[in-house]
Structures are given as C-alpha cells and as structure tokens.
Design a protein around this ligand. Structure first.
Ligand SMILES: [Zn+2]
Length: 306
C-alpha cells in the first residue's frame, strides 16, 4: 500500500527549489547524554523514553530545523536482532513516527507557528558487511531494509533519509528497498567519507553520487565523517560531478575525543556554522549536522542560511 501520491513527492522536492531546508542534528549523541547508548531506538517503546525523544526533536524544531529525522537509525531488522528487539520492529518504527509528529504538534501548540516541519524516516547501516567483503547477500539486505521502510512509509513520513552508509552496495540496497516499497516517496541518501572523500569500503564521493542519482535517489550527499571543516572538499567534488543535483550535507561536530573519560566533540556551534557557510556557493538543498551536534549548532546554521 502506497499512501503517498507523486504530487506529494513533488511538493516536498519543490520546497527544495525555493530555499535551503535545515535538517536536524545528532539524535544518538543527544540520547547518550540522557543515559542511552546501546539501543537508543528502544526508547520509542519505553514509557519514559518517548518523552526523551520528543524533547530532542523539539529542541531541533525550536532551533530552526525544517526536517526532523525519526529515531530509527538502528531500527532495521539486523540491528534490532542484535539488540534482541526484532519482535518489536513494527512498534519501534511506528512509534518513532508518532513521536516525531507529537514533537511537531507540541511546537505548533506552544508557538502558534504554521511553519512546515517535514518528517524523514531515518535509515541507518545494517552493521553487516555485504558480499564480497562479508557474507550479507545484497538481495537479503534489500528485503530486510524494505520491511523497515514499509512501516515508515505506511505511517506517512515525508521522505526516507538513508544515512551514515560506508559501502555503496549497502546504500544501493537501501535505495532499492525504498523503490520496492513505493515509487512516490522522496528518497535521500548520504554516505560517510574520510577526509580524502573516499568511504571506508573504498567508494569515492563523486562516483557514489552519480550511481545513487542514477538509481533513482532524489537527494544525495554526505554525513558524519571528519567534521564540517573537512567536508568542504566533498561538497566541491559532488557539485562538480552533478551540477544540477539536489545535495544534502550533515557533517559531525568534528571527531570524538576522550576528555576526562568523557566523549566530547570539539566543533562549537560558531565554528560549525562558519564552516557550513563555505558550502553555500555550491548550492546545497539541505544542511544539517551529525554526531556531537546539538540544537545550539543547528540554531547557528539556521541563522546563517536564513
Ligand atoms: Zn554521525
């Protein structure tokens, strides 16, 4: 069942023609601060947990995010199985969408704002190595990803955002899974590259971009990685490879470092925003942030773009 018409798909993509949309920042590292690290997606089905996730969303919406990502980074069958949560897959993904909607509702009630907030169904890596590097079969990955995506689509997210993928084959499998479920849902995909613009599995940013666009991805880009400073090189390479493509960039707030036994990220909201400003001449469609970022980072980025 596909509840989204292609008119709706074009509607979201049309927004991108008008202005740069601001996505949100980190979810995982925000939830770690309130004490969850192993399986933060579990919060979606925990009584007190839901509120914690709502609060993270609300922080980003108030900071200026136009798009928020559901707390489903690890809600694919592979990751949930490793957490012993596979039987709860439907509920975890379904609740994630209603939690995101709840945050939007609270924001609108509190502020009276009519600002449009889009909800992206977040898809993270499987944690498995695909053939030939590992033993996960491409067709099986498509099949298992499509089960998660089907739940998100049925619960009416506005787009699917596949992120933090380090293997082009895995990214392609996730995109194919979206296409298997629906032909009308906008799909964005960001891979994670090193400073040299090459992913852990050896895929170049510019090559990955072209292949993902050809596979029907509407928006392609990069996330996480080595910080906002080093992402500029990737932004340039991608824009050069596809002059008209819709691009999305969500760098992390630098590499995590251990300080007094705590993981910290060095990029301040100011430094991240000033690095992100360097992306603007390359006409990105969506800007946000990844690990280590907070609503304060998104607020600075949003101010700079507006
Ligand atoms: Zn990240």
């Amino acid at each position: 069942m596909d509840s989204h018409s292609s008119a709706e798909k074009h509607n979201f993509l049309n927004f991108l023609d008008e202005k740069i949309l601001i996505c949100d920042g980190a979810m995982g590292t925000m939830l770690q601060k309130v004490g969850y690290s192993a399986c933060p997606d579990y919060l979606n089905i925990e009584k007190d947990g839901k509120k914690k996730v709502v609060n993270v969303h609300l922080g980003y919406i108030k900071a200026g995010s136009d798009i928020i990502q559901t707390n489903t980074f690890g809600s694919n069958p592979y990751k949930l199985k490793s957490c012993g949560l596979l039987p709860d897959m439907e509920k975890i993904n379904k609740n994630a969408v209603s939690i995101a909607n709840e945050a939007v509702k609270i924001y609108k009630e509190e502020t009276g704002s009519s600002r449009h907030i889009f909800i992206a169904g977040d898809i993270g890596p499987t944690g498995k190595l695909l053939e030939p590097a590992g033993d996960a079969k491409y067709s099986e990955v498509v099949d298992l990803y499509s089960r998660q995506i089907d739940i998100l689509v049925k619960n009416s997210v506005d787009l699917i955002l596949i992120e933090t993928i380090m293997d082009l084959n895995e990214a392609a499998a996730a995109v194919e899974a979206v296409k298997k479920v629906t032909s009308s849902m906008p799909v964005a995909c960001t891979m994670t590259f090193g400073e040299n613009g090459v992913s852990m599995m050896g895929n170049k940013a510019e090559d990955s971009l072209v292949i993902l666009l050809n596979s029907g991805c509407d928006i392609v880009g990069a996330n996480c990685g080595m910080g906002s400073d080093s992402m500029l090189g990737i932004v340039k390479k991608m824009r050069k490879a596809a002059p008209d493509a819709k691009l999305i960039f969500q760098p992390n707030a630098g590499l995590p470092v251990l300080k007094n036994g705590k993981t910290v990220y060095n990029e301040t909201p100011e430094s991240m925003a000033s690095n992100t400003k360097e992306f603007l001449p390359y006409k990105p469609s969506i800007l946000g942030a990844c690990c280590g970022s907070t609503p304060a980072h998104i607020s600075k980025i949003a101010q700079l773009v507006r």
